[in-house]
Design a protein around this ligand. Structure first.
Ligand code: FES
Length: 217
């Protein structure tokens, strides 16, 4: 991929947001993924140059974090949490159903370039386990059949919403937001519900509070 002047301008805009250029490396890599569904060697070199690090250092970051892909993800990234709580409550079955439906295994793209399936770690959404993500938007309390239904609807080109409200916009759009968070969508949907606040409510009802620092136990 040839890095255009427009892309270089956006990379420079990211560099200008941080005290040190190297601090912009991760958002820069997300920007590259928003353009090509992956981080290519050319993209990594451009990010390294703008961040003032070596290509080897930038490659180390791009290969360490699993959110960066070295092959094209395609239209939609599908994540299924299989950590302890989600796995026990059905996440493994959800993953198996999606793997069979899509015909791919962990960290693989479908041949038509529409989906990428991945087993993912805890998304800090255990209250609604088992959890699946579509382009990193939550699908709470999924079942094997509801997860497959999401794939069917996306494949038919229907508008699909996260169970928390936001519309599924596609992998590239999400990656752009991870580079430039000001997408105006922060207030969209319902990020917190009664189930998530139940522990806090009960603690308040019972007058419970966290011990002061240094007084644990
Ligand atoms: S274990 Fe799945 S979201 Fe926490």
């Amino acid at each position: 991929m040839t890095i255009s002047e427009g892309t270089r301008d956006q990379l420079q805009e990211l560099v200008a947001r941080y005290p040190r250029p190297r601090s912009a490396l991760m958002p820069m890599l997300h920007l590259m993924q928003s353009l090509e569904d992956e981080v290519t060697p050319e993209g990594i070199s451009a990010c390294a140059e703008m961040a003032g690090v070596s290509p080897a250092e930038a490659t180390a970051v791009a290969s360490f974090y699993t959110m960066y892909k070295r092959r094209p993800v395609g239209k939609h990234h599908i994540g299924v949490c299989v950590n302890t709580l989600c796995g026990l409550l059905g996440g493994d079955a959800v993953y198996e159903a999606l793997s069979e439906r899509l015909g791919v295994g962990h960290d693989q793209p479908t041949s038509d370039g529409d989906f990428w399936l991945e087993r993912i770690e805890c998304q800090a959404a255990c209250t609604h386990a088992p959890v699946m993500t579509v382009d990193w938007e939550y699908m709470d309390d999924v079942t094997p059949s509801s997860a497959v239904d999401v794939i069917d609807r996306l494949q038919r080109g229907e508008t699909v919403h996260s169970t928390r409200g936001p519309v599924i916009r596609g992998f590239r759009a999400t990656e752009h937001t991870l580079a430039f968070p000001e997408d105006g969508l922060a207030a969209e949907g319902t990020p917190v519900d009664d189930k998530m606040l139940a522990g806090l409510r009960i603690a308040k009802e019972r007058g419970m509070s966290a011990p002061a620092a240094g007084q644990e136990g």
